[in-house]
Write a protein that binds this ligand. Sequence first.
Ligand SMILES: Nc1ncnc2c1ncn2[C@@H]1O[C@H](COP(=O)(O)OP(=O)(O)OP(=O)(O)O)[C@@H](O)[C@H]1O
Ligand SMILES: [Mg+2]
Length: 218
Amino acid sequence: MRSILVMNPKGGCGKSTIATNLAGYYAERKKNVVLVDYDPQASTMDWLAARPEDRPKIHGIAAWKDAVRVPRDAEVSIVDSPAGLHDPQMLSEFLRRAQSVIIPLLPSPMDMRAASRFLSELMALRRVVNQEVRIATVANRMRDHTLAALSLSEYLDTLRLPDGHKLPCLAVMRASQNYVHAAERGLSIFEFARSATLQDREQWAPLLRWLNSSRSQP
Ligand SMILES: Nc1ncnc2c1ncn2[C@@H]1O[C@H](COP(=O)(O)OP(=O)(O)OP(=O)(O)O)[C@@H](O)[C@H]1O
Ligand SMILES: [Mg+2]
């Protein structure tokens, strides 16, 4: 089973947006998807509750209160983590079952400062040092030609894995109402008309290629 964790302790950076869109993407591709929500805010479970009956089913687990029993036939597990996750022991616990970790980052000085603290905690964890998990970032809510976007790009260029290789940034996602509409309706952008979501799909492509390749697996 593929297991993907979306994580960044900074609130509002796009964890649930990425987790739900990924879930919709794999469900649309006829995979058995389990979506595990560790956040008592329950954004991901609310998204699932809004999902139309006629869309491919996604199995949800409200992991902040229920036991995590992953169905035997699950092919992809996507874990949405809560904001405020800093404790190294808790971080290790989340990483324990993950093959691939996606870290969304926003183009704001406050988010970048918070990310630096989180990334240094993350890079010191045993599973990361031993390359038992693969990590990538996603620049989210990027607006072209803004100073904020430029500083995030420059910041992303400086990030390194424990072995000295560059921490890959696999998608630059624009701010788009498509994400807002998709969130409201329990859908992913991959379930909207191709013509209306072409730019967003193109922005997801490198991340999806990475997730569908061995590069994202230990
Ligand atoms: N690329 C985007 N374009 C437009 N809106 C976005 C985008 N990404 C996220 N949003 C919106 O920003 C808000 C925060 O996103 P989201 O809930 O995914 O963040 P989060 O990291 O899960 O937050 P929390 O830490 O509170 O769980 C949501 O209203 C979401 O719809
Ligand atoms: Mg969330």
